[in-house]
Structures are given as structure tokens and as C-alpha cells.
Design a protein around this ligand. Structure first.
Ligand code: PLP
Length: 398
């Protein structure tokens, strides 16, 4: 009988006891709203923002209701105008074009390379048509951030980084989210910290952060923030910035705060799983691994590989065969959107765009999650099943 995998691809680790204790203390206090503070208690949200700012090295930090909210808030804080084009890489997750659209913008997709990062030639070609680049570090792959920032400086592009998959990653020692004007993060269950839902914005720009805080629904309670710009940054903005409520609450902040010091340990464990997958699949005929640049310190919370020479019918058969043995693979080339969507043509609220290079990359792109409930032995089983099922459907039969 053939080997089967019994791990659960969506099962995360439990919340640690210190985070549970902190959450219980918040519930016992009854003060769950971030501005429901007490003279001796600045509140978990303000403290969390302080800790996250310190972790990333940012001057300012704002905790919000979700990663998608953070992206929309970042665009509004930069003064996005109705109908304005926003550049973004064509391989991303639905909340990115969704945030652009919700803020009144129009996604202008940029091609991706077969290393799964933004294509600089296409970015340069499209740069004159926009003011803002929302760069999504999709599946944790960082482009050459030095070259990217040079290009954006030359073309006057302001960069918002979508770091949903790169919390804890860095490029040449600079944390992901610290290259652009604003870094946005998600603390949704499947990302690198888990509060169910949640997100962060970080920035060094006092005007941008003052606007983001007011937008998030601070009313005139913004002086209770700790990782925020000086009060005078709010003076000229407080009457004219609309409230688009999206605050984080004290309960989620209490769960998140103890997860900050333990992030490096989780990163190490994700990367051990990632490297085991890389090793296990390195010699499989017809399977191309994604190269990782030397300058990139990544967080391997998911794994991608390409089947460049397989037909759609072969890949469909392969995905089904793996699923029958308990291995859940996401195929980004599937014609019908299923589960989480990452293909530009699934988002029909955006104008249709011609992206032949991206289409070609996604046609052979496979993805699997690596939750920390998996161990190295699990990755070995996964690799054996993937290799066997690819071998069982040799290319010559296609
Ligand atoms: C999850 C995710 C987001 C949005 O995060 P939410 O907290 O779910 O709103 C944005 N971009 C990418 C690439 C994501 O994976």
C-alpha cells in the first residue's frame, strides 16, 4: 500500500500559556477597547505597538483589525485619489487588489519573474502611470530590495510593502517593511503571529502615521498612543481625516504581545522545515525549485516549486493523486479560483490586463503550507509522495 500523509496543513500551534493568561487578565479587567485605558494601564494595544516598533526598528507603529485593513489604510494615508492607478505585482493574494479597490484605486499589475518576484523591466515601463507601488512580498519571496528602491526613487514611486509573508524576514540585514514608506503586516492565523485577525502598519513618516492613526478610528484619543508621532503632527490633520474604523482590540493585542520575543525561534523552525523540503525535492526530474538570493533572510512558512514542462492535464492529475495521499497542494494555474485566490484574472473588479509572463509562471506553480505542527519527518513523507507522484506520471506520456 502506498504511503499516506496524515498531517493537517491548516493546523497551527496552540496559543502559549503566557498569552492565554494575558488575554484572561484583559477579560477580567473588562477593558477590551483600546481607548478604554486606566491611569495605571496604557492598554495592551499601545504596548503592543511599542514592542512591534522596537522589533522592526520603525519610529511609529499602528495596530489594526487586519492586514487587508492595514493596506487600505496605508493607501488612504498617502492620499490616494479616486480612480488613481496603484502598481502591484500580479502574483499576490486577493486582499491586495481588494485593498486598492476599496480605497478607490485601480490595480495596475506588474509582471513577476520565475523567481516569483516583481519584474523590474515591467515596473520601469509602467512606473510613469502611477505614484504608488504596493509591493507584495508574496509567499515570502523578496526581490532585490536595493535595486527596487533605486528604481522607485528614480521614478518618484512611494512604496508600501505588504509583509504578510515576510514578518521576521530581511534583505541585507534590513527588516522587511523597513525599505518602503510604510510596511503592512497581518497577524491572521496563517501568518507569522496568530491573533485570529489583526494587522500592523509601521512608518518613520510622522504625517503619514498621524493620518493612519486618525483614519483607524482614534477620534481625539490619539494622545494615548505610545509608538506615535508628536502631537503637533495631528494638528493640521485632525479635522480633515475621515474615521474608517479598524482598530485592534486589547484582547488580540494581549495574545500577540508575548509572540514578539518568540518570533525568531519560530522563524528558525519554519526554515528548518523549508530546507528539509528543498533537500528532499532537489533531485526530482521535471521539478524546479525557487532559488533564494544570498541577501535574503526568509521565513519559510510555505513552500513553492514549479512544474514548467507539465501540461494542465498532467498537473491536475498530479494534484489529485497527491490529495488522495493526504498532500494538499495549491496550484496557482488552475482555471477556476478555489480556496485563497492569487491570480489576477480571478479579480474581475480590476480592469483585465495582459500579463503573459506571469500567466506562464503561475501555470506551473505549486504551493504548500508548512505549519509548525509539522516536523522534519513530515517533510520527508511529503517529499517522498510528491516525488513518487511526479514519477508516476512521466512527462513522455503527456
Ligand atoms: C493574508 C494576506 C494579506 C491580508 O491579511 P489579512 O489579515 O487576512 O487581511 C495581504 N497580503 C497577503 C499576501 C496575504 O497573504
Amino acid at each position: 500500500m502506498s504511503e499516506r500523509f496524515f498531517g493537517n496543513f491548516t493546523q497551527q500551534e496552540p496559543i502559549a500559556q503566557d498569552a492565554i493568561d494575558a488575554a484572561i487578565a484583559v477579560m477580567q479587567s473588562g477593558r477590551l477597547h483600546r481607548y478604554n485605558t486606566a491611569p495605571d494601564d496604557p492598554g495592551e494595544v499601545a504596548l503592543l505597538e511599542q514592542d512591534f516598533a522596537a522589533m522592526t526598528g520603525a519610529h511609529y507603529c499602528l495596530a489594526v483589525a487586519s492586514g487587508g485593513y492595514a493596506l487600505g489604510c496605508a493607501l488612504r494615508a498617502l492620499g490616494l485619489q479616486p480612480g488613481e492607478a496603484v502598481l502591484t505585482n500580479a502574483f499576490t493574494l486577493a486582499p491586495v487588489p481588494g485593498a486598492i479597490t476599496s480605497a478607490g484605486g485601480v490595480p495596475l499589475f506588474v509582471e513577476v519573474t520565475d523567481a516569483l518576484v516583481i519584474d523590474f523591466d515591467d515596473l520601469i515601463a509602467k512606473a510613469p502611470r502611477a505614484r504608488i507601488l504596493m509591493l507584495s512580498h508574496m509567499r515570502g519571496h523578496l526581490c532585490d530590495m536595493d535595486r527596487l528602491m533605486e528604481i522607485c526613487a528614480e521614478h518618484g514611486l512611494t512604496v508600501i510593502e505588504d509583509c504578510a509573508h515576510t514578518m521576521g524576514a530581511s534583505w541585507r540585514g534590513v527588516p522587511s517593511g523597513r525599505h518602503g514608506a510604510i510596511g503592512c503586516y497581518s497577524t491572521q492565523t496563517y501568518k507569522h503571529m496568530n491573533s485570529g485577525e489583526g494587522g500592523f502598519l509601521i512608518s518613520d513618516d510622522p504625517q503619514v502615521m498621524a493620518r493612519a492613526i486618525l483614519l483607524s478610528g482614534s477620534y481625539m484619543m490619539y494622545p494615548r498612543h505610545l509608538a506615535s508621532p508628536p502631537q503637533d503632527a495631528f494638528e493640521s490633520l485632525k479635522y480633515e481625516t475621515p474615521n474608517v474604523s479598524g482598530r485592534m482590540d486589547a484582547l488580540r493585542a494581549a495574545i500577540l504581545r508575548p509572540q514578539i520575543p518568540t518570533l525568531p525561534d519560530r522563524v528558525e523552525r519554519w526554515n528548518a522545515l523549508y530546507r528539509a523540503m528543498e533537500t528532499g525535492l532537489s533531485d526530482v526530474p521535471g521539478l524546479r525549485l525557487i532559488p533564494r538570493p544570498q541577501a535574503e533572510a526568509y521565513v519559510g512558512s510555505s513552500f513553492q516549486f514549479c512544474l514548467p514542462d507539465h501540461s494542465p492535464a498532467q498537473i491536475t492529475a498530479f494534484v489529485h493523486a497527491c490529495a488522495a495521499r493526504g498532500v494538499e497542494l495549491k496550484w496557482f494555474g488552475a482555471a477556476e479560483p478555489a480556496g485563497f485566490t492569487s491570480r489576477h484574472d480571478s479579480w474581475r473588479y480590476a480592469p483585465p490586463q495582459d500579463l503573459p509572463q506571469t500567466d506562464k509562471v503561475l501555470a506551473g506553480l505549486m504551493d504548500l503550507r508548512l505549519p509548525l505542527t509539522f516536523d522534519i519527518r513530515d517533510t520527508q513523507i511529503l517529499c517522498r509522495i510528491i516525488a513518487q507522484e511526479l514519477g508516476a506520471a512521466p512527462l513522455s506520456l503527456g
